[in-house]
Design a protein around this ligand. Structure first.
Ligand code: ADP
Length: 255
């Protein structure tokens, strides 16, 4: 806190009062620090795939790669480019939420229908991973920004599929409980150690960096969920057991 007392010495005799200016700079400084860290993280995350792409291009240009190996290296360039595209997409989504640049037209969204749409979108990834993914429950209406609600449900379900194993299951359940709509995403996946559960909503935080990279994570998915929840006055709770699975619950005020 910075406090400034202002008075004019020449008029001190006639002085009848003083102006005290109190500014809370703690919040501002924290935001500044946050921004600096975010920029450093983004730069690092963008640089890694680009370095790999340019390294591969370099060895191809120098004729070091045998013609029969070209498809393999082309595949690597493609994968790294996809990683960049997903990352940039997530950064744009997050900064839109951060700066309240979300179109404010709210509409009534049925969360069960939303969950079923997401299950449909992820069905081929789930099948590829050998994971069964289903959505059930009752209809529950939320007043919100459809696109953001879709991104939130998608990110939770995608994680439940990604951090899972062949033969695993994911259930999405929607219930209207009194004046709330409760959406639960439960999986039988690898789980999250208790000490990490409080950190997974931080930007770029991953429990296991190499695993996340292997399954295609950006580390921003749950930050988008957190910001989206704040926008919709929803609460988030996590319950997880390593090697058993994870359940993440979003509780929205009902429309
Ligand atoms: P990512 O893009 O790496 O998946 P997220 O922000 O979506 O990033 O999640 C952050 C981290 O939380 C993940 O890297 C993973 O370690 C952990 N995590 C998220 N959801 C789950 C889940 N359902 N089961 C196990 N771990 C999870």
């Amino acid at each position: 806190i910075i406090a400034n007392a202002v008075c004019q010495p020449d008029f001190a005799e006639d002085m009848v009062g003083a102006v005290i200016l109190v500014l809370d700079v703690t919040e501002k400084e924290a935001q500044e620090q946050y921004r600096r860290e975010f920029t450093a993280n983004v730069s690092h995350e963008l640089k890694t795939p680009l370095t790999s792409i340019s390294g591969i291009a370099e060895i191809i240009r120098n004729g070091i790669v045998k013609p029969e190996d070209i498809p393999h290296f082309a595949g690597k360039i493609y994968d790294e480019s996809q990683r960049l595209i997903t990352l940039i997409g997530d950064i744009i989504k997050l900064s839109r939420l951060d700066e309240n640049q979300v179109p404010m037209e709210r509409e009534t969204v049925d969360m069960l229908e939303m969950a079923r749409d997401v299950v449909q979108q992820l069905s081929s990834v789930a099948r590829k991973n050998g994971v069964t993914l289903v959505a059930n429950g009752t209809h529950g209406q939320v007043q919100g920004v459809r696109q953001v609600l879709g991104e939130m449900v998608y990110n939770l379900c995608e994680n439940a599929v990604k951090y899972n194993r062949a033969g695993g299951r994911v259930w999405v359940d929607v219930q209207q409980v009194a004046d709330h709509v409760v959406l639960r995403v439960k999986d039988t996946g690898i789980g999250i150690p208790a000490a990490e559960q409080g950190r997974i909503f931080e930007r770029f935080y991953r429990v296991d960096k190499s695993h996340s990279k292997a399954v295609g994570g950006t580390g921003l998915g749950l930050s988008i969920v957190k910001h989206g929840a704040a926008l919709h006055h929803a609460t988030i709770s996590v319950s997880s057991e390593p090697e058993q699975g994870t359940e993440i619950t979003l509780t929205f005020p009902a429309a």
